[in-house]
Design a protein around this ligand. Structure first.
Ligand SMILES: [Zn+2]
Length: 114
Protein backbone atom coordinates (compact mmCIF):
# COMPACT_ATOMS: atom_id res chain seq x y z
CA UNK A 1 0.00 0.00 0.00
CA UNK A 2 2.93 2.32 0.54
CA UNK A 3 4.64 1.29 -2.68
CA UNK A 4 5.39 4.04 -5.12
CA UNK A 5 4.66 6.76 -2.63
CA UNK A 6 6.84 9.79 -3.23
CA UNK A 7 7.62 10.75 0.34
CA UNK A 8 9.50 13.87 -0.63
CA UNK A 9 6.39 15.07 -2.43
CA UNK A 10 4.35 14.23 0.66
CA UNK A 11 6.75 16.10 2.89
CA UNK A 12 6.50 19.15 0.70
CA UNK A 13 2.75 18.87 0.36
CA UNK A 14 0.81 21.67 1.95
CA UNK A 15 -2.54 20.61 0.58
CA UNK A 16 -4.28 17.84 2.32
CA UNK A 17 -6.42 14.93 3.27
CA UNK A 18 -10.10 15.83 3.39
CA UNK A 19 -11.98 15.05 6.55
CA UNK A 20 -9.10 15.22 9.01
CA UNK A 21 -9.25 17.72 11.82
CA UNK A 22 -5.73 18.27 13.02
CA UNK A 23 -4.28 20.80 15.33
CA UNK A 24 -1.97 23.30 13.80
CA UNK A 25 1.37 24.04 15.51
CA UNK A 26 -0.23 27.26 16.76
CA UNK A 27 -2.90 25.25 18.57
CA UNK A 28 -5.72 26.07 16.19
CA UNK A 29 -7.49 23.64 13.92
CA UNK A 30 -6.52 23.21 10.33
CA UNK A 31 -9.52 23.77 8.13
CA UNK A 32 -10.94 20.68 6.54
CA UNK A 33 -8.86 19.81 3.55
CA UNK A 34 -5.90 21.78 4.80
CA UNK A 35 -4.13 19.36 7.06
CA UNK A 36 -0.44 19.20 6.61
CA UNK A 37 1.07 15.91 5.61
CA UNK A 38 4.53 17.14 6.39
CA UNK A 39 3.67 17.80 10.03
CA UNK A 40 1.88 14.49 10.35
CA UNK A 41 4.76 12.53 8.94
CA UNK A 42 7.30 14.40 10.96
CA UNK A 43 5.40 13.83 14.19
CA UNK A 44 4.88 10.15 13.51
CA UNK A 45 8.38 9.26 12.39
CA UNK A 46 10.71 11.74 14.03
CA UNK A 47 13.90 10.20 15.44
CA UNK A 48 14.10 11.27 19.10
CA UNK A 49 17.90 11.06 19.03
CA UNK A 50 18.65 13.42 16.14
CA UNK A 51 15.24 14.72 14.97
CA UNK A 52 15.66 13.35 11.45
CA UNK A 53 13.10 10.76 10.28
CA UNK A 54 12.84 7.00 10.91
CA UNK A 55 14.19 4.98 9.21
CA UNK A 56 15.55 7.79 7.02
CA UNK A 57 14.50 11.16 5.63
CA UNK A 58 13.67 9.75 2.22
CA UNK A 59 11.26 7.02 3.30
CA UNK A 60 9.72 7.92 6.67
CA UNK A 61 7.83 4.96 8.10
CA UNK A 62 8.80 2.61 5.29
CA UNK A 63 10.31 0.13 7.73
CA UNK A 64 11.49 -0.04 11.31
CA UNK A 65 14.42 1.98 12.54
CA UNK A 66 17.08 0.78 14.92
CA UNK A 67 16.67 0.10 18.64
CA UNK A 68 18.78 2.51 20.64
CA UNK A 69 21.51 0.89 22.74
CA UNK A 70 20.89 3.26 25.66
CA UNK A 71 18.37 0.82 27.10
CA UNK A 72 19.00 -2.88 27.57
CA UNK A 73 15.80 -3.86 25.80
CA UNK A 74 16.55 -1.47 22.93
CA UNK A 75 12.94 -0.34 22.92
CA UNK A 76 13.54 3.26 21.84
CA UNK A 77 13.29 3.41 18.07
CA UNK A 78 15.81 5.66 16.35
CA UNK A 79 16.72 6.31 12.73
CA UNK A 80 19.13 4.13 10.81
CA UNK A 81 21.86 6.78 10.87
CA UNK A 82 21.63 6.97 14.66
CA UNK A 83 21.76 3.18 14.83
CA UNK A 84 25.00 3.33 12.88
CA UNK A 85 26.23 6.21 15.02
CA UNK A 86 25.62 4.21 18.20
CA UNK A 87 27.35 1.17 16.72
CA UNK A 88 30.40 2.85 15.22
CA UNK A 89 30.35 6.61 15.69
CA UNK A 90 29.67 8.52 18.89
CA UNK A 91 28.34 5.37 20.54
CA UNK A 92 25.32 5.43 22.85
CA UNK A 93 24.70 8.95 24.18
CA UNK A 94 22.54 9.44 27.30
CA UNK A 95 18.98 10.50 26.57
CA UNK A 96 19.52 13.71 28.52
CA UNK A 97 22.01 14.77 25.82
CA UNK A 98 19.59 14.20 22.90
CA UNK A 99 19.20 15.55 20.29
CA UNK A 100 22.72 14.72 19.18
CA UNK A 101 24.65 15.79 16.11
CA UNK A 102 25.23 12.88 13.76
CA UNK A 103 27.93 12.97 11.11
CA UNK A 104 26.17 13.77 7.80
CA UNK A 105 28.01 10.89 6.10
CA UNK A 106 25.93 8.48 8.20
CA UNK A 107 22.71 9.83 6.70
CA UNK A 108 24.25 9.35 3.25
CA UNK A 109 25.30 5.82 4.16
CA UNK A 110 21.77 4.93 5.28
CA UNK A 111 19.94 6.37 2.28
CA UNK A 112 17.83 3.85 0.39
CA UNK A 113 19.59 2.35 -2.61
CA UNK A 114 17.80 2.81 -5.91
ZN1 LIG B 1 18.42 9.76 14.33
Amino acid sequence: MTENVDFNALLNNTTVTPGLDLQTPEGGHAAEGQTRHADLIRKAYECPRCLHLIPNDDMPGAYMGAGSRITEDRSIEICSACGTDEAMGNGPVPRSAWPVHVDPSLYEMNKPRR
